[in-house]
Structure formats: C-alpha cells, structure tokens
Design a protein. Structure first.
Ligand SMILES: Cc1cc2nc3c(=O)[nH]c(=O)nc-3n(C[C@H](O)[C@H](O)[C@H](O)COP(=O)(O)OP(=O)(O)OC[C@H]3O[C@@H](n4cnc5c(N)ncnc54)[C@H](O)[C@@H]3O)c2cc1C
Length: 481
C-alpha cells in the first residue's frame, strides 16, 4: 500500500509535451475576483495589453459567484472616506442601475436611530455599524450590491479598458525562467495552453500561482477566526419578512427553541463578530440576513461557516460543499414547516462558488501586521489606505492602516505580483483587511504597477513609486498627502 492507502505507487510522471502559446502580453492576471478584475482594469488603463484568466463563467469571485454582496468599511468610524478609486466607481455603476443599497453620505460617522434599528433588525449591523469608544453606535460608509449586476459591470469595466477576458480557463502552473515568472499554463475545454507575459498577477485568492512558483507563504489561521472557515451562501426568496420578524420578536423563546431544534445545537456567537461590531439579535440567533437591496423583497440570506483545516484541499472542499448543500435544504424545509413567514418560500440559489475566507498568504518583501496599525506607520511606497473599523476601542486612536507596494511582491521571485486576499500579511491583519474593497484596492495598485513595469521593461521591484502614485491618484485612489 502507498501513502494514499491505495495499492501501487503513490506518484506518476507526467510526460513532457509541446504546449501552444495562446497569447504573449504585457500583463496576465490569473483569477477574476474583486482583486483580479481591479488589477486587470488598472493594468489596461495604464496602457498594458492585458489578459484576465478566470476558471468560472463569470467575473467577480466571491462577490458574485459566492453570493457575498456587502462592500463594507469604506470610511473611518468618524465618517472619513478612505477607500475610493475603483471600489467607489464600481458601486456607483451598480447603483445607477438601481441595484445597490448605499448608506447615504450624510450619515457617515453619525448615529441615526432609525437606520441603526434597521441594520440591527436585518443583521447588517456587522457591516454598517461600529461602536465608537464613547459607547454609541456610528454608521460607516458601505454598500450592498446585486451580484448579477456586478457581473455585468465587471465585464463592462474590463471591456471598456481593453482587457481581454478568458473564462472557463484554470491557471495551473507558472512558467518559470529561473526565479522569474514569465507566464502561466492553463487548462480549459481547449486543452492545456500557455500565456506568456512580462508581469503575472496572482489574483486567485488562494495563491495558486505564487505557491507553485516557489514563493514562501503562511497558511496558519487559528480555528476560532472567521477566516479559518469555508462557507456556502444560500438565498431563500418568497419570505414574508415582516411576519418572520414579528414572530421572532413576539415569540422570542419559541423562536430560539425552533432554531436550536433545527441546528441540533443552541445558537452560538458567530466567529465573524469582531470587537467593535454590534451583535444584532437577528444575526446572532440564526445567521440569517434579511436582504435590504431595493429589488430583493422577501429574500433571506444564510451563510453557514464551517472550520476547515486546509481551505485549498480538494477533498475537504468537496466534503464541506456537499454537507452545506444538504444543510441548506434541511434547514429551509424545517423553516418552511415551522417558522411563520417561510410558508411560501423557496431556495433561489446556493452559491456557485464555495466561500474561502482565508488561505495562503504570500511571504512578501513586506509583511503587513497589526504593529503597522498601532505605530501609525506611513510607508514611502503606500499604495492603499484602509480604514480600521475592526480593532475595537483603538479605531479612533489608530483609524488607518497603510499598505506598502512591497506587500504585493513575493520575496525571491520576479515577474509576479499578488493582488488578492493572499497578500503578504499576518493572520490578524489579513482577518481585518482581506475583504472585497481591500482586495480591489490591492488589485488597482498591482495593475498600475504591472503596467509601468511592463512598459519600462523592468522588474516589479524597480517600478518608480512617483509614477505609480500618479497613476493611482489619477484613478481617485486616496493616498497619504
Ligand atoms: C461566506 C463569506 C462571506 C463574506 N462576506 C463578505 C462581505 O460581505 N463583504 C466583503 O467585503 N467580503 C466578504 N467576504 C470576503 C471576500 O469575499 C473575499 O475576501 C474577497 O472576495 C477576496 O477577493 P479575491 O479577489 O482575493 O478572491 P476571490 O473573491 O476568491 O476571487 C478569486 C477569483 O479567482 C478565480 N480563481 C481561483 N483560482 C483560479 C485559478 N487557478 N485559475 C483561474 N481562476 C482562478 C476564482 O474563481 C475567483 O473568481 C466573505 C467571504 C466569505 C467566504
């Protein structure tokens, strides 16, 4: 028996063969999630010939295929917008189609009781509300978007910028020239092909490319943290949300007993709740959000999280996917039978994409840690500033974390940038700043840098920061004075 508990050898040698080169471009972005779309658009706007490779049939990653539709944390708790650029541009485009919920600017940093009550009631307090150290709730800038419209707008942003999109294409291996990445092999229905590029950007979320290029990485995440989980979103429509909310409030004990029976255990504190968040009773009790998108009347969103030892292990991913699909149907049937408001409900969809919350984090030229936040460090090569709305009382004394360009450059490898949740960061820094808006900011920075490197025929380490800063500022990215 071999190490895989099967008879025979444990490995087999793949035969060498000639591979067709499909394109030879300035910039290749692998992974079309929030980080990858931003990277590709930014690179193409910088004048680089750009290909964006995506394994699924749509762009958006978790923000579309994962049915994860909040773009939160864009302002400080005092209402100062710090994330703009492509994030704001995207939100505005989706909003123009009437397909977004945006907290109006006049409320940023304020305490407005009807809005506070609405977010608490619907479960969205975790995105739009934070405790100010003075004890009161404050509203922070953010948005919810319709995933189908986001797919459309991401396609449009790419095509307007001149990005060539290749869907149904799975980037499998980097093509190396010594320690330099010079392209990527990918698989599709057309077989294995190659794309060569002056700069490759790994936006796979999980670091599929940097990991195979031999870059160092850290995958450790303590089991009690949000980003140690796999998750599968599910949307239930046809719910009489008013009836459900009334029952939950007026028969709280009965409701709690029903949820306990359905789950087979008492409701427990969600690991996603961080110190400055308000624990909305709706969210705490059952993990259900009551959708507040203008076109989503009667929709409830469920997002069960399950701890995974390795979020990129295919057997573990399969197991969690199968278990959560079953759980969604079991729970919906229970709700439909027992909970007022769910009588005429139906499951619209479970997410096409399993939710990976953390994963591999590259060992970069700089590693972002909480020390950077608490020392208020402003880097000479800052490419993004994130509002800190996550660390509890220190959100006022330490409202911003600056991200240096070096956090996107894998140590010891050239020709490669990382623009996704796998950026170089400690476990805690990654927990707080690996969300959709953050990954979009990293993507926008990486794309602009890659275009500059490709045009100047230099390595990614030799990009002129003044020029990079100019490119980002021209796209409304907020940078240090
Ligand atoms: C259940 C859940 C709820 C969440 N809620 C929120 C929320 O409300 N708001 C928020 O801001 N964040 C939320 N997050 C976190 C957020 O979704 C992610 O951190 C964010 O999407 C990361 O963006 P990304 O571009 O790095 O990766 P992803 O969104 O994972 O995108 C990666 C893309 O690369 C593609 N890809 C992967 N490997 C390959 C390959 N080898 N070849 C080709 N393509 C590949 C994928 O298909 C995908 O399109 C949530 C996450 C989960 C799991």
């Amino acid at each position: 028996m071999n190490g895989n508990n099967m008879p025979g050898p444990a490995t087999i040698t793949e035969t060498a063969r000639e591979i067709r080169i499909l394109r030879n471009v300035d910039v290749l972005v692998v992974g079309g999630g929030p980080g990858g779309v931003s990277a590709a658009v930014s690179a193409a706007r910088g004048g680089a010939s750009t290909v964006l490779l995506e394994r699924y049939g749509h762009l958006g990653g978790m923000a579309t295929g994962g049915l994860v539709n909040a773009i939160p944390g864009l302002s400080t708790v005092d209402g100062r917008q710090m994330i703009a650029g492509l994030v704001q541009e995207t939100i505005d485009r989706v909003a123009k189609r009437g397909s977004a919920h945006i907290l109006d600017k006049r409320y940023w940093g304020k305490n407005d009781q009807p809005l506070v009550d609405m977010y608490m009631e619907t479960g969205y307090s975790i995105f739009f509300l934070r405790k100010h150290p003075d004890g009161g709730p404050r509203l922070i800038h953010g948005a919810l978007i319709e995933p189908e419209i986001l797919k459309y707008e991401f396609n449009a942003l790419c095509s307007e910028a001149g990005v060539e999109i290749l869907l149904h294409s799975w980037g499998t291996r980097p093509i190396m020239d010594g320690e330099r990445v010079k392209g990527v092999f990918f698989e599709s229905k057309s077989g294995r092909q190659a794309i060569l590029a002056k700069v490759v950007i790994d936006s796979t979320g999980d670091g599929d490319i940097f990991y195979q290029a031999g870059a160092g990485y850290d995958g450790h995440i303590a089991p009690n943290r949000r980003h140690s989980n796999l998750a599968l979103s599910c949307w239930i429509a046809g719910v009489d949300v008013g009836k459900h909310a009334a029952f939950r409030k007026e028969h709280a004990d009965e409701y709690a007993a029903l949820i306990t029976e359905m789950r087979g255990e008492p409701p427990k504190r969600r690991t996603s709740l961080l110190p400055g968040m308000f624990a909305s009773p709706a969210y705490m009790l059952d993990g259900y959000f009551q959708d507040i998108l203008p076109n989503h009347k009667g929709v409830m969103i469920v997002q069960p999280h399950v701890h995974a030892d390795d979020q990129a292990d295919v057997e573990e991913m399969t197991d969690v996917n199968l278990r959560l699909t079953k759980r969604h149907v079991d729970h919906w049937e229970f709700m439909r039978k027992n909970v007022p408001g769910f009588e005429d409900s139906y499951i619209v969809q479970t997410a096409a994409q399993l939710g990976t919350t953390g994963g591999r984090r590259v060992e970069g030229e700089y590693r972002v840690t909480l020390d950077d936040l608490f020392s208020n460090t402003v880097f000479d090569d800052t490419v993004a500033i994130f509002p800190n709305v996550e660390t509890g009382d220190s959100i006022v004394s330490n409202p911003l974390v600056h991200i240096p360009y070096r956090a996107l450059i894998p140590k010891g490898i050239d020709g490669l940038l990382v623009a996704c949740r796998g950026f170089s960061s400690s476990e805690e820094a990654n927990l707080y700043w690996n969300l959709i808006p953050h990954c979009m900011c990293l993507g926008q920075a990486a794309g602009a840098a890659a275009a500059l490197a490709a045009k100047a025929n230099t390595g990614v380490r030799d990009v002129d920061y003044g020029a990079l800063r100019g490119r980002l500022a021209a796209q409304n990215v907020i940078l240090p004075e």
